[in-house]
Design a protein around this ligand. Sequence first.
Ligand code: 25A
Ligand code: L14
Length: 341
Amino acid sequence: MKKNPVVAVVGATGAVGREMLDTLLRRNFPHSEVRALASSRSAGTTVEFGSKKLTVQELTEDSFKGVDLALFSAGGSTSEKFAPCAAKAGCVVVDNSSAWRMDPAVPLVVPEVNPDDLSWHKGIIANPNCSTIQMVVVLKPLHDAARIKRVVVSTYQAVSGTGQKAIVELESQVRQLFNGQEAECKVYPHRIAFNCLPQIDVFLDNEYTKEEMKMVLETKKIMGDDSIRVTATTVRVPVFYGHSESVNIETEKKLTSKEARAILSQAPGVRVFDNPGEKIYPMPIVAAGEDDTFVGRIREDESIDNGLNMFVVADNIRKGAALNAVQIAEVLLQRDLLRVP
Ligand code: 25A
Ligand code: L14
């Protein structure tokens, strides 16, 4: 691709869509034009793109004529319907929804982990689940060094993962409770203000939630290793930005906490933030607004021979969504893969 690409953001008015626009600018992503697409509800409104304002256009099957790259974050049903139209029109799609992630014909990519999987894309590339992305950037270098046999993860996930409407719900509930009113629940099944919900997404037949099974299945696909055993508990907490995870791993080869810290301090996209004596460890208020995935509280699991515990935090809207999608697009450009084969 010689000319600068025409880029479309689908779901441009959402929490992730707005961050995608900011990320394209912040990283100087080459473009000749950027289009903002959303549902008919938002058509005609504007979204900021640096000093410019983009007028939002309604997403239709004809939206992708002349578009080279589309970043989708408008929910699974929108992606199911419109990503194939885009690819047919010759536009490469990086899709943030769960719609295409487990399709064997669709690469599921975290650029620090499996960039080479981009070489076999057929027009649609899936951006993984936010909780999975931040976990695998930390797991990959440890897996390469010591082979991970099993992962036990529990998450503490921010409301922004559910989008703008959930950010508004937490804000309003806090205001309602401080004013002696009842908290109104529209987005989540229970009150989220001053509470924790051990349910993210729907329950499946195996008694896990869909979010938990995304972490299990996507981790194996991205790491390219079906033998890694993963079990997850995903919990929503009253935090606006930044997902946290308690991650326990069992490895084939012994890794001391010092060795793990040394490996992770060399890992791309990872920042070791681990000095308990100085009360330095990752927290949502540390990672929010940052690109890196923070890891700390690294320590050996004394209950097994070869085990480690750590605490992993990242901005779920950045590395968990918009940043990872733009990084995928950057690799596509660098490797001349921004075309539908
Ligand atoms: O099915 P999935 O894959 O699991 O994804 C479900 C949802 O999760 C979010 C995303 O929400 C998605 O809708 N999401 C997906 N992956 C995510 C990830 N990895 C993720 N979130 C975090 N991490 P979202 O809020 O970020 O984005 C919603 C956008 O989708 C547009 N949209 C919806 N249906 C569409 C569509 N676009 C085209 N066609 C369709 N059929 C949606 O557009 C939005 O841009 P919209 O027009 O519905 O947007 C209305 C906008 O109005 C703003 N708003 C509403 N109330 C308030 C408000 N702003 C301020 N204050 C308010 N009170 C919102 O910003 C909203 O975006
Ligand atoms: O991308 O936090 O599969 O509610 C959709 C639900 C991300 C998290 C995905 C949430 C998830 C989101």
